[in-house]
Design a protein around this ligand. Sequence first.
Ligand code: SF4
Ligand code: ZN
Length: 335
Amino acid sequence: MPTVEARYWEKLEGGKVKCTLCPRNCVIPEGGRGFCLVRRNAGGKLVTTVYGEITSANYDPVEKKPLYHFYPGAVIFSIGTNGCNLDCKSCQNWEISRQDTPHLRQVLPPNALPELASRYGSIGVAYTYNDPIIWFEFVKDAAEKVKEAGLKNVLVTNGNISIEALRELLPLIDAFNVDLKGMDREYYLKFSSFPNPNVWQVCEEVKKAGKHLELTKLIVPGFDNFTPEYFERFGRWIAENLGKDTPIHYSRFFPAYKLLNTPPTPVEVIDLAYDVTREFLWYVYVGNVIEPERESTYCPQCGALLVKRAGYSVEVLFTPDGRCPECGRPVDFVF
Ligand code: SF4
Ligand SMILES: [Zn+2]
């Protein structure tokens, strides 16, 4: 596809431009590109170089995003491209997120999405793999087409985006999985080379807009503390600011990218995070470990099993009208 003029930027002196799409606010000289690699200053104008171009496409279980409370057991057409506004030390997808590989991209115009997104029982489109924030122009156009077709849009993101741009996307997006790296700026600087995170405010906006939100937190040795107080901070902040019904997925780290010599997270630490956070939140899950009882959903009122999971196998046990089979409490699921 030809390059397309970007949104959210300002002209500066000397042919430079400032991108304001994410809080990194890159100042880009003529001919240069932003930190995310795919927003370029072409003759004093900011353009996106990945509009309608994808590096990856799959029909994934929605549980893989991970979203556990959004159409459990469904399939979703999942696409990604190059680029990211963060540079996380353990990125699983750094080959596409921290490299620009135009020779590996295929063309996918927005109007091709509704048809692809309704094959194989898919419920819609997940913008995932790299971070969709830096793909704003395409995601917005694509999400419009998908929504018009009566399908769902899902954003899997680090959640660091200008609030103005977020508000433009919010009416189009049905569910978010936000990868919450940490609870302070220092964590983002050290782990993701990102100086000015606003993810906490973004999560609050998503929730305020009434959109479905789940969080992921990767627990990384050397970056996260393995104490109850540390995980308490996550539980408390989420409960107070996003609500006790916000699911969080604690994920076990395995060596990747710049952390090849760091050992995997001890399973006991994932269990500690689960136990501590369950005191504050109704729905806590573990990922990258095999513990079906901690991957399943229980009724917060009576403790009955509502959804039984083991890996990507899903058994829905709540009633067809969305109630706990034991006590009748309405379940916190979108389905
Ligand atoms: S979206 Fe990309 S170019 Fe724009 S500020 Fe963020 S990292 Fe920089
Ligand atoms: Zn119940």
